[in-house]
Ligand binder design. Structure first.
Ligand SMILES: [Zn+2]
Length: 397
């Protein structure tokens, strides 16, 4: 098989993932466009894949001899990227992400996995000292003085088998909240991928609020959420009950021993409209003596989902998801601000999601046919980088 190159990734995105028309017209809002939207969009996506988060880095790439190999039709400056991203409509990129996910599922990307989950997590990006935009939220020192500003957003990713595929983001500014943004995101994802796409929603304790859980019920999805001391009554009730009981289940997981408690008859807190709440507690004993303990709450009835499945869902999902978000932040520059403008920020976050989803489907599904082990992300990056310096005249693909 021919090695991976940026041009081949574009062909894969256009043909296998059905993005041909999106890549050509991604929702350009510029009045007079001298540089084709397709060139700017592909440069932004390749910039993310090559982990060059800054617009200046993309300008350097398309101004170099690598431009042809990148599949970008002409060079341009970072000001063109600013002008373009400040005017690019987010709707076509969100629709492209949803259609890629639906196609991946149809093409059996999640085959062999029992549940396809949706993970939501809040994160911050782009700290700055002054001149806030309308999305900037102030942060304070111990004396409650404003010492700077940063952006907050909630990311949604689809999790299934070995895949973590970022799907959408929802920023929230001052006066807004993480779980309100989470609810908007949940409703939008429900509309874009459909109710049957997702089997469960997995979230951290901050989302374990009645309005968020009700929003999930409304769209037809069950939630698995971390239970922490932000819900003191339920948390204490679960601690009190489980600590006085022997584990309900005990099993080995690799070298670790796991003890599990599970009960589905806890009282909901006052504002939560559930009949009862199911809570699990696990204690994972590592070989070196460390013990990890966590509590999770859910509305999955015991008769629909075993303790063991619920444990696996909560724990592995959480790990995968954290890796997914850390990747986006640390390797793909999600925290870096290219252009401090609310529209540009949102579109760059969405394009980073699309680049990550594209990279994972290409690497873990398309390239990984046959019996050889899957390439790592860093291997694929190196192959892309090497291909940029190779002569491209013979490459007609
Ligand atoms: Zn800002």
């Amino acid at each position: 098989m021919k090695g991976p190159t940026p041009r081949r990734v574009r062909k894969y995105a256009a043909k296998c993932l059905g993005l041909k028309s999106y890549l050509r017209s991604p929702g350009d809002g510029r009045a007079q466009a001298r540089i084709p939207a397709a060139a700017l969009l592909w440069a932004l996506l390749m910039g993310a894949l090559l982990r060059r988060a800054a617009f200046a880095g993309i300008e350097a790439l398309v101004g170099s001899r690598a431009r042809r190999a990148l599949g970008v039709s002409q060079s341009f400056g970072d000001d063109a990227l600013r002008y373009f991203t400040e005017r690019l409509s987010p709707a076509p990129t969100r629709a492209a992400l949803a259609s890629v996910l639906r196609r991946a599922k149809r093409n059996k990307a999640f085959e062999g996995c029992h549940f396809v989950g949706l993970a939501l997590d809040g994160t911050t990006a782009g700290r700055r000292r002054e001149s806030p935009c309308r999305l900037c939220r102030p942060y304070h020192n111990a004396a409650r003085e404003v010492v700077g500003y940063r952006h907050h957003l909630v990311l949604a990713a689809v999790l299934g088998a070995d895949l973590t595929l970022p799907l959408d983001v929802e920023p929230y500014g001052p006066g807004d909240s993480e779980y309100a943004a989470g609810q908007r995101l949940l409703r939008r994802v429900r509309a874009s991928v459909g109710a049957r796409f997702i089997d469960d929603v997995v979230v951290d304790g901050e989302f374990a609020t009645a309005p968020f859980l009700h929003a999930a019920t409304e769209v037809g999805w069950r939630v698995v959420a971390r239970l922490k001391d932000n819900l003191p009554d339920l948390f204490q009730a679960a601690q009190w009950r489980f600590r006085s009981q022997a584990p309900h289940l005990s099993f080995r997981e690799g070298f670790d021993r796991v003890e599990l408690w599970d009960a589905d008859d806890f009282d909901p807190w006052e504002s939560l409209g559930w009949e009862t709440v199911r809570v699990i507690r696990y204690r994972q004993h590592h070989r070196n003596g460390d013990v990890v303990e966590a509590y999770w709450l859910t509305d999955f009835p015991s008769r629909h989902l075993s303790s063991r499945c619920l444990y696996a869902m909560a724990k592995s999902r959480w790990q995968i998801e954290n890796q997914g978000f850390n990747d986006a932040k640390n390797r793909y520059g999600l925290e870096h601000i290219c252009d401090h403008h609310p529209y540009s920020l949102l579109i760059v976050w969405l394009l980073t999601c699309l680049a990550l989803t594209l990279e994972r489907l290409y690497r873990l599904r398309y390239l990984h046919r046959g019996t050889h082990p899957a390439r790592t992300a860093i291997d694929l990056l190196l192959l892309f980088q090497l291909s940029l310096s190779a002569p491209t005249l013979a490459d007609s693909s």
